[in-house]
Design a protein around this ligand. Structure first.
Ligand SMILES: [Zn+2]
Length: 222
């Protein structure tokens, strides 16, 4: 697997170059460092969006616990938003896939397999990230997405025991594919990271745990 370089690139975005060893600089940033230039590490996020892609049976069960459903942007609106954001940072919006992106995939565009997030969630709380919003959105005809937004040093929204139990179950489940994206600062200067969890594997024991690692992210056996 290739990992994202840990340096901050133009405008405080995470460098898009990849490295073989987790937690290292790409050859470009390594060379600058050796020349005595000061290299900044990629910034910690202000907001972390933890997203779970779910089948409709599961999302309807969540909706019945009182989690609100929100409208999602249209495909065209999303593309436009990503393309503009990428261009603002001099980035190719189609570098990774035929859908546009402005950010950097931390664990490559393929992501990590068989991971669980309970430990990650606890670490984020210790680091001062609190749940400020939770909602459902439609994704495709067969899939919905549950979005949990964590904000740095914000006040946490109260949730019913039923919702907390459902959330606990999702966090402790094994996810077949987890992709983590670090986006460049948005128009308000906020850095948003996204943890996309898909392909829920209820009968599989997770092999890896995701670590926040001061916003640089890492994976290790739990
Ligand atoms: Zn780099």
């Amino acid at each position: 697997m290739r990992y994202a370089c840990i340096a901050s690139a133009k405008g405080g975005a995470r460098c898009r170059a990849t490295v073989e060893k987790l937690g290292t600089f790409c050859s470009f940033h390594q060379k600058l460092k050796e020349e005595g230039r000061q290299i900044r590490l990629a910034p910690k996020p202000d907001v972390i969006l933890v997203r779970f892609y779910l089948n409709l049976d599961r999302s309807q069960k969540l909706e019945m616990t009182g989690i609100p459903r929100r409208e999602r942007l249209t495909e065209v609106e999303r593309e436009e938003k990503h393309i503009n954001h990428a261009k603002q940072y001099g980035r190719d919006p189609y570098r990774y896939r035929d859908k546009s992106d402005s950010g950097t995939p931390i664990f490559g565009k393929e992501g990590i397999n068989d991971l669980f997030l309970s430990q990650t969630w606890a670490e984020l709380k210790r680091e001062g990230y609190y749940l400020t919003d939770i909602h459902l959105k439609s994704h495709t005809e067969k899939k919905d997405v549950l979005v949990a937004a964590l904000n740095y040093k914000a006040s946490e929204i109260p949730l019913s025991k039923q919702i907390l139990d459902e959330l606990d179950q999702l966090l402790s489940s094994c996810w077949g594919y987890v992709r983590v994206w670090a986006d460049p600062p948005n128009e308000e200067g906020k850095v948003i990271h996204t943890v996309n969890s898909s392909f829920l594997k209820p009968d599989t024991t997770p092999q890896l745990s995701l670590y926040f690692n001061h916003g640089l992210w890492a994976i290790e056996p739990p």
